[in-house]
Design a protein around this ligand. Structure first.
Ligand SMILES: Nc1ncnc2c1ncn2[C@@H]1O[C@H](COP(=O)(O)OP(=O)(O)OP(=O)(O)O)[C@@H](O)[C@H]1O
Ligand SMILES: [Mg+2]
Length: 341
């Protein structure tokens, strides 16, 4: 390791609506929910990531929790900058520094992002301490993370279902041939569950409880081969106002998520319809790759297979595929420089 690389540290960042993942030397060093807790009066940051998430939905007048990203882009610039700075400070670089290292960051961005939104990502990274900031498009990073050789003249379809957005992209020859981004993803599934619990069970639940229900019994189809056990839910009964316990099964959740999942299916069909025929032929052979936390929803792969007739593969580590791909691009900067802006 030269003296220069000793003082210079390179990190790959997936600044997601739901989670922020940071890799250094191909190792995940940060994997935290994208959330900040702030003291209202002073504006002081009380916590970020896991600790702030524990406060979410349980705050009192003087504390608020903010999710700095919405629909894949920065919605609250100041909170995003604070969150990034704090998370970078949490990284253990395994070396002691007399002064902060020069940080080079490669950050992935949704492919449908506007110039202003892109600038916000760069600015917040610079404010958080970056000396050099480069950007890469998320579908491309996901493909690299999945292990696809993106430079080959083969078409591949990648669907990244995150917290805020579902991105459907066809890539070939190192470029994005077509891309469809819809603002329906994991957050919307949670909102569907909250609404369902209100309407069907007369029960108010918070976002964190909805997330737990989704993980424990969430499903995209009503017939699962290995159904999960029912999930016990606690919330506030709407008419009496008293805390209550009920059981929820996967079939109910599959029904309540049906509308949102149908919208994702329609977007996938549109993207396939827009794909040039030679690339369609490739996708027929290779199938569809799923990444992002949303792809962990039970039966989603089966449902998409049924809808399209294509093979559907889930990335090995869907929650980290995009960040991993970003890290590979950073490490092999010369080979992937054409993808990095
Ligand atoms: N087992 C699971 N079943 C269903 N959904 C899950 C599961 N695990 C995580 N998720 C969902 O995945 C989403 C987070 O995925 P991911 O970290 O890929 O999103 P993100 O990159 O932060 O968001 P975006 O890409 O939209 O900015 C959350 O909505 C979370 O609830
Ligand atoms: Mg993402």
């Amino acid at each position: 390791m030269g003296l220069f690389s000793f003082f210079k540290k390179e990190i790959a960042i997936d600044l997601g609506t739901a989670n922020t993942v940071i890799l250094h030397n191909d190792v995940v060093v940060i994997d935290q929910p994208s959330i900040v807790a702030i003291e209202r009066d002073s504006g002081k940051i009380l916590a970020v990531g896991e600790r702030a998430m524990m406060m979410h939905g349980k705050t009192h007048e003087n504390i608020k929790t903010i999710r700095p990203l919405r629909d894949g882009v920065i919605a609250n610039f100041q909170a995003a900058e604070h969150m990034l700075r704090e998370m970078i400070n949490m990284i253990d670089f395994k070396t002691r520094f007399l002064f902060p290292p020069a940080l080079k960051m490669v950050i992935c961005i949704p492919s449908g992002i506007t110039e202003v939104e892109e600038r916000a990502v760069k600015d917040s990274a610079e404010q958080a301490g970056a000396k050099e900031v480069r950007l890469i498009h998320e579908p491309m990073a996901a493909a690299i993370g999945i292990g696809i050789d993106v430079r080959e003249p083969n078409g591949n379809m990648i669907i990244d279902i995150g917290g805020g957005t579902s991105e459907i992209a066809v890539i070939a020859l190192g470029g994005i041939v077509n891309n469809k981004s819809i603002r329906i993803a994991g957050d919307d599934f949670n909102a569907d569950i909250e609404e369902y619990m209100r309407n069907k069970h007369n029960m108010m639940i918070g976002e964190r409880t909805a997330e737990r229900i989704k993980i424990e019994v969430g499903s995209a189809i009503t017939e699962l081969e290995t159904p999960p056990d029912e999930c016990i839910v606690h919330g506030r009964h709407m008419s009496s106002g008293i805390p209550k316990e009920i059981k929820v099964n996967y079939r109910e959740i599959a029904e309540c998520l049906d509308k949102s999942i149908s919208k994702i299916e329609t977007a996938v069909l549109n993207a396939l319809d827009m794909t040039p025929p030679e690339l369609s032929a490739d996708i027929f052979r290779t199938g569809i790759y799923l990444a992002g936390g949303g792809s962990l929803l039970r039966g989603l792969d089966k449902r998409l297979h049924k809808k399209t007739g294509l093979q559907v593969h889930i990335a090995e580590d869907p929650l980290h595929a995009v960040a991993r791909g970003t890290s590979i691009a950073l490490k092999n900067f010369n080979n992937f420089s054409f993808l990095i802006r």
